[in-house]
Write a protein that binds this ligand. Structure first.
Ligand code: PLP
Length: 409
């Protein structure tokens, strides 16, 4: 008899964004004439920049000629891309990461989920609350948590990210084995200072823990004092894996390219205290289960690092940051407190009411979709996340509609 992985039964009924999608479809069905503006799911709306499209097209042409055709690529990515990443994203910022420590993949979502299969089942994991739901759900699927009980899973150490700590949690008092950190943060838009990250690296070293650092939104950082990479912190090479993605940096959500950095200094231990290189294990895992990202996509990603590409992707993130500025400004004028949106495309808004109630209000009265904070964790109750990923005229229209609804009360 084929039996189910019963850990799946512990999952809450639906992934947050499916629930939002369900509510929006229902609303659209009941109001077919409604012009709905989506500031919910964090998907980009602007096209791929021209120099990137050009590189993509050239590589597709190469695939169409016998002399330049390529079959299976190198397991961990083409050297041209791994080298460009190491040079531009790390070495240029003083972070000593080498090309062979970069593993090119088709998404940070899969990498942040897949990496945990390298670790023991009975690890104690720590996740921020609110949190990108993938970190939690993938651990539930792997059986690393207890049951869902009143808003949280048993067995997880939740790191409350609240107004009081500026939405950047400190390391917990107790030891944990695996910590997820995400800065600039999804959903709060908060960023961490060098000193805050130093405390996490020190904690991880002290407890032989591993930090999984998700920097998917790095391209939105404008304040140069904010670290772009965990490897800007001394000692992080020994205790941290970093996830990056071209999704938000260059509009690749539908094109798919990302990478994971696993430094050769990162250790992992067996029950008897023998040390293994995480780099070797991840390489082994990827070689077995993953067959690489297509050649044209890797050429398109490489073009991000050329002069034109750098200018164009900067314009992309500037565009969304201007949207964020408009959203923040309008909310502030209405007397709503919010964080994020300065070095991040997300604005985390204190609603003064239950977050699904606020979500429903904006959907019903303004036909604007946001994301209810509670869907990201208990600490998200009373908040919604507004995303700056949309066209300028839609953002200004959405904010005007929201203004009318909220002014009315
Ligand atoms: N990490 C975070 C924090 C995200 O918010 C997202 C997407 O929204 C991802 C990873 C997924 O990235 P990718 O498109 O590379 O799978």
């Amino acid at each position: 008899m084929i039996r189910i992985n019963e850990n799946y039964l512990k999952l809450k009924a639906s992934y947050l964004f499916s629930e939002v999608g369900r509510k929006v479809s229902l609303f659209q069905k009941d109001h077919p004439e409604a012009d709905i503006i989506r500031l919910g799911i964090g998907d980009v709306t602007k096209a791929l920049p021209p120099s990137i499209v050009e590189a993509f097209r050239r590589a597709v042409d190469e695939m169409g000629r016998d002399e330049t055709f390529r079959g299976y690529g190198p397991d961990h990515g083409y050297d041209f891309l791994r080298k460009a990443i190491a040079t531009h994203d790390f070495q240029a910022r003083g972070a000593g990461i080498e090309a062979d420590e970069i593993f090119v993949s088709d998404g940070a979502k899969c990498d942040t989920s897949n990496i945990q299969e390298l670790f023991a089942d009975d690890l104690v994991i720590a996740v921020p609350d609110p949190v990108y739901p993938v970190y939690v759900d993938s651990n539930v699927m792997a059986g690393r948590t207890g049951a869902w009980d009143d808003g949280r899973y048993g067995g997880i150490v939740y790191l409350d990210s609240t107004e009081e700590n500026g939405f950047v949690p400190e390391p917990p008092a107790e030891p944990v084995d695996l910590v997820y950190l995400c800065f600039p943060n999804n959903p709060t838009g908060a960023t961490a200072t060098k000193e805050q990250l130093e405390r996490w690296v020190e904690y991880a070293k002290r407890h032989r823990a591993l930090i999984l650092f998700d920097a998917a939104y790095v391209s939105f950082i404008r304040d140069e004092r904010i670290p772009h990479s965990i490897y800007e912190i001394e000692g992080a090479r020994e205790v941290a894996v970093e996830f990056r993605s071209f999704s938000k940096v260059a509009g690749f959500t539908g094109t798919r390219c990302a990478y994971t950095v696993v430094p050769k200094d990162c250790g992992v231990w067996d029950r008897s205290g023998n040390r293994y290189e995480l780099h070797t294990l991840w390489a082994r895992r990827q070689t077995t289960k993953f067959n690489g990202v297509s050649y044209p996509v890797q050429r398109a990603a490489e073009a991000v690092y050329a002069e034109a590409g750098q200018r164009e992707v900067r314009e992309l993130s500037d565009y969304y940051l201007e949207n964020a500025r408009i959203i923040r400004g309008q909310l502030a004028a209405l007397g709503y407190a919010s964080v994020g949106g300065e070095n991040s495309p997300y604005i985390w808004v204190k609603t003064g009411m239950d977050s699904w109630e606020f979500f429903d209000l904006l959907l019903r009265e303004a036909c604007v979709v946001t994301t209810p904070g509670i869907g990201f964790g208990m600490c998200g109750d009373g908040y919604v996340r507004i995303s700056a990923f949309n066209h300028r005229d839609r953002v200004t229209e959405a904010m005007e509609r929201i203004r009318k609804v909220l002014v009315r009360g």
